[in-house]
Design a protein around this ligand. Structure first.
Ligand SMILES: CC(C)(COP(=O)(O)OP(=O)(O)OC[C@H]1O[C@@H](n2cnc3c(N)ncnc32)[C@H](O)[C@@H]1OP(=O)(O)O)[C@@H](O)C(=O)NCCC(=O)NCCS
Length: 201
């Protein structure tokens, strides 16, 4: 498969001063399987990028077409190797259908911290797939992986996503933070989960 290897491992870090080693082949939960993105996922990804609910909450490339999705997928392995992001497709076994994404960004090898973000495709929402997928990633990076803290910034007008964060063991750590997009944007709530806080429910 061109672009992204099925199982990858290596080091992520900035400036060469510290190294964070991520090694994952797949993350499996009761209903959901996470794996690296594949070139064949481009049509589904482009479809998600065109979903108004996802565009409202997340930055997506323009134009949000299949070529852009294929390009983005082909860059994931390098982005991970250079310590810029770790992006996993959320799939529905046994069909293998891609139903969402969980991604780590702003990987900071000094603080051993990162930001996490997610989306679930329209037809798959409301089945706790996001909660399961986010928890799988947090369990991985905070227990077996190299991170001590993972944060999420969630629009105050996105209660479903705040519920996902709580179900995945994250807690509010801050009253609010202005969105980086512009002064008129809704404040963002900040959630975090750390290695030592095994939050539940
Ligand atoms: C937010 C999103 C990921 C949720 O995906 P999902 O698979 O439906 O999430 P889950 O089923 O795991 O959990 C949704 C939770 O939100 C709750 N919820 C849904 N709508 C809600 C609302 N309007 N108010 C309060 N809670 C709400 C559900 O009850 C559920 O909580 P519960 O498990 O305690 O019952 C999905 O709607 C999405 O992709 N939205 C667009 C992109 C986005 O917002 N990404 C997050 C950016 S931070």
């Amino acid at each position: 498969m061109p672009g992204v290897r099925e199982g990858w491992s290596g080091a992520a870090g900035a400036g060469g001063t510290a190294r964070m080693v991520f090694d994952v082949r797949r993350l499996a939960g009761p209903t959901t399987l996470l794996r690296p993105w594949r070139a064949a996922d481009a049509p589904v990804l482009a479809g998600a990028w065109r979903d108004p609910a996802i565009r409202e909450r997340l930055d997506v490339p323009e134009p949000a077409d299949e070529a852009a999705a294929a390009r983005w997928i082909s860059q994931r392995e390098l982005a991970w190797a250079e310590g810029r992001s770790v992006d996993l497709a959320v799939t529905d076994p046994p069909s293998g259908e891609v139903i969402g994404e969980v991604g780590l960004s702003r990987l900071d090898p000094v603080r051993r911290a990162a930001l996490i973000g997610w989306w679930i495709a329209e037809g798959w929402r409301g089945r706790r797939r996001a909660s399961e997928a986010v928890r799988l990633v947090l369990d991985w990076v905070l227990a077996d992986g190299p991170l001590d803290a993972v944060m999420a910034e969630i629009d105050s007008e996105n209660p479903a996503s705040a519920a996902v964060a709580r179900r995945a063991g994250m807690r509010r750590v801050d009253a609010s933070r202005r969105a980086a997009h512009g002064p008129g944007d809704a404040p963002r709530l900040v959630f975090a989960r750390t290695r030592i806080s095994e939050g539940s429910g």
